[in-house]
Ligand binder design. Structure first.
Ligand code: PLP
Length: 242
């Protein structure tokens, strides 16, 4: 991949986002693209920055930190979109502006405590398992209301939205169902918590469906930076390290 190819992919992607929005009468400005750079080199991220990319998503703590260190002179915000273990909280928080995979109170407690120490607030998305796959992270939909209620005690954590990974399948109706469920949960949550307004859903293979179902933040890697050599199972372990 060189700068020209990344540039072309970004343009193509923007066109697809615009088309998906047109289909359901939404404005493309409502959609924030989060370029996902996992497994891609720091050099490739620099190319993206040169093309105007101002924030990127990474799935793994160590990978994010080592790239953020290397690229600390770039104007670039880092978003952690993958699972976070409590014992890595202290290490990661100085590097990230957002966290999209909050799914336990224990983790929220730890985040809140460590953020307080460095006097920082963090925007977080609550990850919900909408696909009923045991291998995926995220809480069950029935747990969300209670979780949001408990989140009120954590002053450093600003809950801005919900996040999900759709079922990994080619069967479109099943993917759509996952996104519809997350949208429904958001609508219900907003009755009590009007500040929760965003939906982080949709990746290279399914972002158009996600946009049709209300996504505000799409996380796209391969459609911008090319295919990954590493299998997705590396990022979504069968039996999490939870
Ligand atoms: C890798 C990843 C994505 C992007 O997937 P692509 O297929 O590269 O678009 C989105 N969300 C999460 C949590 C990821 O780990």
């Amino acid at each position: 991949m060189n700068t020209d190819e990344i540039s072309r992919n970004l343009q193509r992607l923007e066109q697809r986002i615009t088309n998906a929005c047109l289909k359901v009468n939404r404005k493309s400005q409502e959609i924030r693209l989060i370029p996902v750079t996992k497994t891609k080199s720091a050099e490739m991220i620099q190319m993206a920055v040169a093309l105007g990319v101002s924030h990127v998503g990474e799935n793994k703590v160590q990978e994010l930190i080592s790239k953020a260190e290397r690229l600390q002179n770039e104007k670039l915000e880092w978003i952690l979109i993958g699972h976070l273990q409590s014992n890595k909280v202290k290490k990661i928080i100085q590097y990230i502006q957002e966290f999209h995979a909050l799914d336990s109170i224990k983790l929220a407690e730890k985040l809140n405590k460590e953020l307080q120490c460095i006097d920082k607030k963090l925007d977080v998305f609550i990850q919900v398992n909408t696909s009923n796959e045991i291998s995926k992270y995220g809480m069950q939909p029935e747990q969300l209301a209670d979780f949001l209620c408990q989140m009120q005690q954590f002053r450093q954590l600003n809950v801005v939205g919900l996040m999900t990974l759709a079922l990994h399948t080619k069967h479109e109706p099943q993917i759509r169902q996952c996104f519809q469920l997350l949208k429904k949960l958001l609508d219900e949550s907003r009755i009590d918590y009007p500040n929760i307004s965003r939906l982080s859903m949709g990746m290279s293979g399914d972002f158009e469906i996600a946009i049709e179902e209300g996504a505000t933040d799409i996380r796209v890697g391969q459609a911008i930076f090319g295919h990954r050599a590493l299998a997705d199972e590396y990022y979504w372990p069968e039996q999490g390290e939870k």
